[in-house]
Design a protein around this ligand. Structure first.
Ligand SMILES: O=C(O)CCC(=O)C(=O)O
Ligand SMILES: [Fe+2]
Length: 210
């Protein structure tokens, strides 16, 4: 993916953003209609289907085809909130953004700056991960990408409509899932684990929107 993206043609990132974001967005992206975007996006989605932790955290219902962006020469994306409802295709289908995803494709030593900074009720969290690592964060959060002052930061980014709209419910289910996995791995009482698994699925059944 890095090799293909190194010789790609990039376009102004403001092409896919509303008026609020356009004022603070200074990066470039693969054009939405680019075959490379489609091809690499499918590679990203295929990798996600094989990742239990990603599924546990996002509980995906619909996923926007991944896009690819590039920041360099002081490029940044100032504080913004992602649009709540986005076009899924050209046929009028829409997706509600519940979870935002950034897949880092550049190694941290290849550029200065470029931290993804997510602001929540506990303050600001800075994220800068090795190539191949992905961060998921609530689309309801304010976030920004710090200016890239050396090198280039290339990433894939996309949005997920979750079965669970509410961030706090999604978090509870994620933590419950993690506890069940840990209990199973350490050989806990199977009847108790089965009961907890039932509680997980019955909460999911009560809260899931499809
Ligand atoms: O480049 C990133 O990590 C995030 C991009 C972003 O926030 C957006 O496109 O809305
Ligand atoms: Fe964003």
């Amino acid at each position: 993916m890095r090799t293909a993206l190194a010789s790609a043609e990039w376009t102004d990132g403001r092409e896919t953003v509303g008026a609020q974001g356009a004022k603070v967005k200074h990066n470039r992206q693969l054009p939405d209609a680019s075959p490379l975007r489609r091809q690499l996006g499918q590679t990203v989605l295929a990798a996600l289907t094989k990742h239990p932790l990603y599924h546990a955290a996002t509980l995906p219902l619909r996923t926007l085809p991944p896009r690819f962006n590039r920041y360099e020469g002081g490029g940044e994306y100032g504080f913004h909130v992602d649009g709540a409802v986005m076009a899924l295709d050209g046929a009028g289908a829409q997706i509600r953004s519940d979870v935002s995803c950034t897949l880092f494709l550049s190694e941290p030593h290849e550029y200065d700056g470029g931290e993804l900074i997510v602001s929540d009720t506990y303050g600001e969290h800075e994220v800068k991960l090795p190539a191949g690592d992905l961060i998921v964060y609530p689309s309801s959060s304010l976030h920004r990408v710090a200016p890239v002052t050396r090198g280039a930061r290339i990433a894939s980014f996309f949005w997920v409509q979750s079965l669970i709209r509410d961030d706090s419910r999604r978090r509870l289910l994620f933590e419950l899932d993690g506890s069940i996995q840990a209990l199973t791995a350490t050989g806990a009482d199977t009847t108790a684990v089965l009961q907890l698994t039932g509680i997980y699925h019955n909460l999911l059944r009560q809260w899931a929107e499809t």
